[in-house]
Design a binder for this molecule. Sequence first.
Ligand code: FAD
Length: 380
Amino acid sequence: MVYDVIVAGLGPGGAIAAYELAKSGMKVLALEKAKLPRYKACGGCVATKVDQVLDFSLEPVTERKVYGAVFTYRGKSAVEIVSDRPLGYMTMRDRLDNLLTEKAKEAGTAIRDGEAVDRIITDGRGVEVFTERGKFQGRVLIGADGVNSVAARALGVDGEMKKAVALEVEAKVPAEKADAIGRVARIDFGVVPGGYGWVFPKADTLSFGIGGLRSNGGNFRHYLDDYIKKDRSLAGVEIDRVYGHQIPAFEGGLSRLSGDSVLLVGDAGGLVDPFLGEGIYYAVRSGQIAAETVKAHLNNGEALSSYDEKIRGEIYPELEAALKVSRFAYAHPWLWHQIMRANKGLLQSFFDVIRGEDRYDNFVNRMRDKVALLPRKIGF
Ligand SMILES: Cc1cc2nc3c(=O)[nH]c(=O)nc-3n(C[C@H](O)[C@H](O)[C@H](O)COP(=O)(O)OP(=O)(O)OC[C@H]3O[C@@H](n4cnc5c(N)ncnc54)[C@H](O)[C@@H]3O)c2cc1C
């Protein structure tokens, strides 16, 4: 059997691409390395702008909504900035990804989990996909297989990806402890060089960790231990296990996201906000754009390379603006913290960006105006 589309990986990018394609009647096979449902190291905070693009609700897997954040600098100098509407849905990734996979399955996707894609051969007319259990044929492959993507390797772009390091802990806590954090995320700029620490409250779990989005290395376990000591919400929390994972933070974009019968979505294409490390929305959205492109390709002969143009038009401008903020904030974390403390309105406008109500570059312009007022001008 020749599938219209084979999807490698069932994170948000792959699941949504499969959902959209199967819904429109395409024959879709999804191959997922892990047995589902599976754990994924992730804060699980889904920006509410996802509501603008999904045709179903994430309510069933939303454990808490956050309306803002408490920002600290190395555990001190706390400033709370809260808005009147939610900006993030706090989810556990096993449940979130399971919901998205169930949507893909209900729409008609054939799913084989516990079966990793090992090798891909493409020739412009289709793909052959090899797993340890067999060979599958498709007209197009969507590579949604995350940061160490076999599909990106097949396109020859995996070496271009900049991979940041993150450590994460999921700790079960009494619900009152998560309630005490309330409707905010806790974020610390300064506790790890070139990155931030976070605590995200879920129903009866705290997800917390550190990510070095612009870090030059260092002892991450030491930074994590230091953060745990410094953030008061983590006092007494028991740690079973620390998960390490890479984040393919955007650094100008890969040379291409499409090739002979292959498209890359989400982390496989390096589509992660390099300031926040936010990648779920971009995985979902690139999965949808990939699905639209594949439909136009198979039905009307549109070139798959139009996918690159669409991503450059819609997603890259956001990630480029995020890169500017990232370069500034992580080079001058203390100053960044002071700017946030002194300009709560500026941060409120950043929340609008997370909600998808404003563009990132508008925020950068507002930010630039503030920085221009500083006595010493800093490259921004
Ligand atoms: C510690 C940490 C915290 C984060 N916190 C947040 C956050 O709070 N909010 C946010 O928006 N983003 C966050 N991110 C980023 C986010 O996790 C990713 O950007 C997002 O998961 C990307 O989705 P994806 O579908 O592209 O890839 P993934 O979610 O990584 O899914 C890829 C899937 O492919 C499978 N796979 C891998 N190799 C193969 C193979 N060879 N064959 C078949 N299947 C394969 C994997 O098992 C996995 O299921 C965080 C990342 C990290 C590391």
